[in-house]
Design a protein around this ligand. Structure first.
Ligand SMILES: NC(=O)c1ccc[n+]([C@@H]2O[C@H](COP(=O)([O-])OP(=O)(O)OC[C@H]3O[C@@H](n4cnc5c(N)ncnc54)[C@H](OP(=O)(O)O)[C@@H]3O)[C@@H](O)[C@H]2O)c1
Length: 242
């Protein structure tokens, strides 16, 4: 799908991969609605991005998610793309999983993206098509002690994304997924649970640049393949031919 002059919603635009994606889309001539909880960060970013619209929303509050997407649609009169990027991790042993935090992670990483998709689909269908890009994780294909809740949430997102892709093809709404590897953002710092929680956290600073992941997201919007991987190792783990 074309990027220039089209309207995109980026969730989790206040930081990391979402912020880089909002900048990259604007640089390519798109108008970008910036969604996250940190209103001040979104206002600051909006001042740098011509045509953008900051909308403060907690993606685990589904009524607010629907209202936020209505606000975007009302403001621009159309919605061409949705980048479901907001997400958090949770480090804890299976033995110690807190059901309330489990719930929060699945609301944010799985149900939030589903509700956002549900909210944009009617507008996209009426316009004759659209692009939905869900940000997954290489951990969906891994067994990492302490990260079972996070990796399971991303495995669930994988299932919903592939099903939605098949269901929406007839409406020319293309659903793609991105699989970042370790990326140098605030993700490790924003993790819930055990702060020393093992896994890849120690090496986030040495990870891929968020701009690299943003470039994969723009590639997905333009090409519309099902899955994009940050490296060949992840592609092999997923069992997808290169
Ligand atoms: N960094 C990595 O190594 C890595 C690897 C694989 C996949 N990913 C995925 O990449 C995506 C982006 O992560 P990142 O690395 O850019 O991390 P980040 O820098 O921590 O950014 C996360 C974004 O999500 C937003 N967010 C968190 N909770 C939210 C909520 N309840 N409602 C609305 N927005 C919320 C945050 O904004 P507010 O706090 O302002 O709400 C922030 O903008 C996530 O889905 C993550 O799972 C990251």
């Amino acid at each position: 799908m074309q990027i220039r002059d089209h309207v995109f919603i980026v969730t989790g635009a206040s930081s990391g991969i979402g912020l880089s994606t909002a900048i990259a889309l604007t640089d390519r001539g798109a108008k970008v609605a910036l969604l996250a909880r940190s209103g001040d960060a979104l206002e600051n970013l909006a001042q740098r991005l011509p045509g953008s619209l900051p909308v403060t929303v907690d993606m685990t509050d589904f009524k607010r998610v629907r209202e936020a997407i209505d606000t975007v649609h009302g403001h621009y009169g159309r919605v061409d793309g949705l980048v479901n990027n907001a997400g958090r991790s949770y480090a804890t042993a299976v033995e110690e999983i807190d059901p309330a935090i489990f719930d929060e992670i699945f609301h944010l990483n799985v149900l939030g993206p589903i509700v956002a998709m549900q909210a944009v689909i009617p507008a996209m269908r009426a316009q004759g098509g659209g692009s939905i890009v869900n940000i997954n994780s290489g951990t969906a294909f891994m067994t990492i002690p302490q990260y079972s809740v996070y990796s399971s949430s991303k495995r669930a997102l994988l299932g919903f994304s592939l099903a939605a892709r098949a269901e929406l093809e007839k409406d020319r709404i293309v659903v793609s997924e991105i699989y970042p590897f370790i990326t140098a953002t605030n993700f490790g710092r924003n993790r819930m649970g055990n702060p020393a929680g093992g896994g890849p956290a120690a090496s986030y600073a040495d990870g891929d640049k968020p701009e690299f992941v943003a470039s994969l997201i723009l590639q997905a919007i333009e090409e519309g393949q099902a899955q994009y991987f940050a490296n060949d190792r992840l592609r092999k783990m997923a069992g997808v031919a290169g």
